[in-house]
Ligand binder design. Sequence first.
Ligand code: ATP
Ligand code: MG
Length: 236
Amino acid sequence: MVLDRVKTGIRGFDELVAGGFPQGSTVLLSGGAGTGKTIFGLSYLYAGAKYYNEPGLYITLEGNLKNIVWNMETFRWDIKPLQDAGLLKIYKMNLHTSENVEKQIEEELTVIAGFVKQMGCKRLVVDSTTALGVWISEQGKIRNMLFTFTDGLKDLGCTTMMIAETKGGKTDYSAFGVEEFVADGVVVLYFTPPNRSIFVRKMRGTNHNKAVHPFSITEEGIEVKPRDEIMWEAMK
Ligand SMILES: Nc1ncnc2c1ncn2[C@@H]1O[C@H](COP(=O)(O)OP(=O)(O)OP(=O)(O)O)[C@@H](O)[C@H]1O
Ligand SMILES: [Mg+2]
């Protein structure tokens, strides 16, 4: 069986994963503060909307939408026509208090499912799963909630990028230590000043590149250098 691929459209990246993410997979995008996670996620949706006519939904848990708007404005991206054409949407998830978070998440999943259906969404980005956990104090409950949430998203048939904040260590893949097992794929971003780099830790059902590659953030978004490598030993 040949897997259908979803081309991220991020320059230099797709060849690291044999042409793109396996269609329908859930890919964890991990990294420390300021490693480029949000920009990577936005680039994935922007390219999908602009070049592949695939509608995408950006689900944020950030307190305000400023960071996202700043991020969009800093690039040479024409977002407005894509939003107007129903190819791109930003949705801020509403979680109120720490009371009955499970029920709220269930309700939010219903809202998200509604958008997915209405827009014919093919791509989802959740920024971030780490922020979801903030509302729950018990470790066991966090795991349960993450499984439920991921399963719920998986049923929607989109190819999903889940963003996880880490402390930035070389082998840190998530905040709760479970996200990387739930996900079908793990892509890690590093910032070892002044260099940024990217590494595909796993991708179920497909071969993928095993090296660490430099990338840069330019006015066009993310650009990976698939032919240049960074030695694992040289990284902190
Ligand atoms: N136009 C630009 N050109 C070059 N670099 C930029 C540009 N805009 C932002 N950056 C870099 O990208 C970084 C932020 O990237 P991003 O917000 O995607 O990181 P993040 O991993 O999501 O961070 P956080 O942990 O705060 O969520 C900035 O700190 C800056 O170094
Ligand atoms: Mg971010």
